[in-house]
Design a protein around this ligand. Sequence first.
Ligand code: AMP
Length: 517
Amino acid sequence: MMNLYTFLAQGFPQMGEKPAMILPDGQQISYSTLITRSAQYAQALVNTGAQPGDRVAVQVEKSHEAVALYLGCLRAGTVFLPLNTGYQKSELAYFIGNAQPRVIVCDPGKRETFAEIVSTLNPDPSPAVAGVSVRSAPHTTVLTMDIAGTGSLAEIANTCGADFATFARNPDDLAAILYTSGTTGRSKGAMITHRNLAANAETLVKFWGFTGDDVLLHMLPIYHVHGLFVALHCVLRAGAAMHFEPKFEPSRARALLAKSTVMMGVPTFYTRLLADPNFSKVECTTIRLFVSGSAPLLAESHIEFSARTGQAILERYGMTETGMNTSNPLVGARIAGTVGIPLPGVAVRVREGEITCGANEIGSIEVKGENIFPGYWQMPEKNAEEFTADGFFKTGDMGQWLENGYLQIVGREKDLIITGGLNVYPKELEEKIDALPGVLESAVIGVPHPDFGEAVVAVVVALPAAQIDEATLIATLKADVANFKVPKRVHVVAELPRNAMGKVQKNLLRQQFAALK
Ligand code: AMP
């Protein structure tokens, strides 16, 4: 095994002038430009004093230069640490204090903020981790990169040569640390190795049939596993091209679909396309594959999308810590409301305690394979809890196998509601509520209750012009499910709070509706 960059570069096209990226203004970034620019960034990092294993924290806008920087970090053997552009000072201070990066690259507007954070950093020697250098007195350099790629980092890079001998790395050396978007407690730094990323990239390119002829529509952020690893690695490893857009915008997506062969998105992309009455099959004729993940795609959206475009969205399941674990097939049935079958090389099991669940029995999802991360940064006790004795990672997701061998996700363990000692799986109720007339979507949560421990509460979004009556909805559910599952309250809201990846933020709903009255 080798440096992940070298592995990806093996898939680069022979013709270096072939575009890797097509930018919104039509400018093309060729593979040879990516090679040269990543070499310059790698050398710039080395010149700044970054050594293999050092963390490079990056909070910059999405741009082709940011992609070259990511590749440069890999080439220099450093650990890429992308930060959500929405993070503010107190959050950033935690990440920087925890990860102790050698270099920070940020938007010029955030330079002062990072400089202040760095000035208050206490040296905190980290325990030895494969491929990570430990310094007793870390010294952090703050460099800038704006959306055009210019800034103090580019100034150094511009003086560097076009060749850089990519540093060899061991498979278990860290390639990246991604902080999970933890909704409870502090977010954790998932350590991700060169092996994890190369294995998953190889699997996905084959499983989803990527070739050099593909053109991917890339509208995802690149600080998250979906846009950074899944989308970029499939393109680069296959020597394909991508339309590289700053963000999702439905009319822009519709215009670019006709020039693309694959689109990867979070479910919100698909619901927003469907919300546009002019979106139709005509725009999708060149597309061979629509992929959805990072949050559950409503079965209804899947069905409506098929009806509208003639294409079945391929839903897959993964997470920051694991990369991709299961996927609906490229050839064969893509079943709405399921995340498909285990990917080659990934062992997936569903267990209730130590007992393996049979079909239609809900349990905890555990995964094992070369794609699974070795643990969280500087959390040895946490790591021991997160893996089983036989090396499976406990995802924290609950699910069940259907009779046909497809996996269905039921929700996060922490979203499981225990009311009067009985388990309520939010997904079961959400599906029933979503199917009721006048309902667009719903989220079912547990809120504190003096007698039951937790009480079931439904938060519902109505279809345009529809009215939802709490008493009627509760009465309808009473006729359908056991009494303990019936929501004590139904709140109607204009929309559900979602994060950038389209995940419903149930923690916010739990806060908002904590009082039962
Ligand atoms: P992240 O680490 O931000 O990618 O979040 C990973 C989590 O997103 C998983 O543990 C699941 O709870 C959820 N997730 C990802 N893909 C899906 C999917 N297709 N269906 C349901 N949940 C998903």
